[in-house]
Design a protein around this ligand. Structure first.
Ligand SMILES: [Zn+2]
Length: 187
């Protein structure tokens, strides 16, 4: 078999795979647009088999809700898809295994943030009681003051700044935001 005919066959195979995937790929493209971002985050289209679309949902309530809206979703989707769907099945079964359609923002733990000051800084030193409201405020004000005393100063604006911010950026976060706005620092 010549190299050319191998390439021809590979070309045909690639085309066929493309054709098979196309309806589903197109559906993935239109899904968030048709259902809206809010619903798109709670759903993940899984496959199209015999013109029936399978969609994983984050919860049984979503599956139920969307099953009620199935007809209107079908109408909207079918105006966009080359091959009309006959039904949509919603189920929570595959939710955990299916990949995210819309990448969610990475969650950053507080400890990882440069502005993090440590656990103790956020704990009020006063117990909750009605008469201690004033004391609570005084303590809070004192704590804030004490906190700012041992924080380093931002070289730009001389404000007390968490060490993490200075370490990361050399300035406090408001100053950094200004620098980014001025195009001096990268976000
Ligand atoms: Zn500053």
């Amino acid at each position: 078999m010549s190299l050319k005919s191998v390439n021809d066959i590979l070309g045909i195979l690639a085309l066929e795979t493309q054709r098979e995937q196309q309806p589903f790929q197109q559906l993935l493209k239109y899904w968030p647009e048709v259902v809206g971002t809010k619903v798109a985050l709670q759903t993940r289209p899984l496959s199209i088999q015999r013109d029936v679309l399978s969609v994983a949902t984050a919860s049984a309530a979503w599956a139920q809700n969307l099953t009620f809206q199935r007809q209107s979703l079908l109408l909207k989707l079918n105006t966009k898809l080359p091959q009309p769907l006959v039904n949509i099945r919603f189920s929570t079964a595959e939710w955990k295994r299916s990949p995210l359609l819309i990448p969610q923002e990475q969650t950053l733990s507080p400890q990882d943030h440069p502005s993090y000051l440590g656990e103790n800084m956020f704990m009020s030193p006063v117990k909750n009681s009605r008469e201690s409201a004033n004391i609570a405020f005084e303590n809070w004000a004192r704590m804030k003051q004490e906190r700012s005393q041992y924080l380093s100063l931002c070289p730009q604006c001389q404000c007390p700044t968490p060490a993490g911010e200075l370490q990361h950026w050399g300035v406090c976060s408001p100053c950094r935001a200004k620098l980014i706005n001025q195009g001096i620092a990268d976000s």
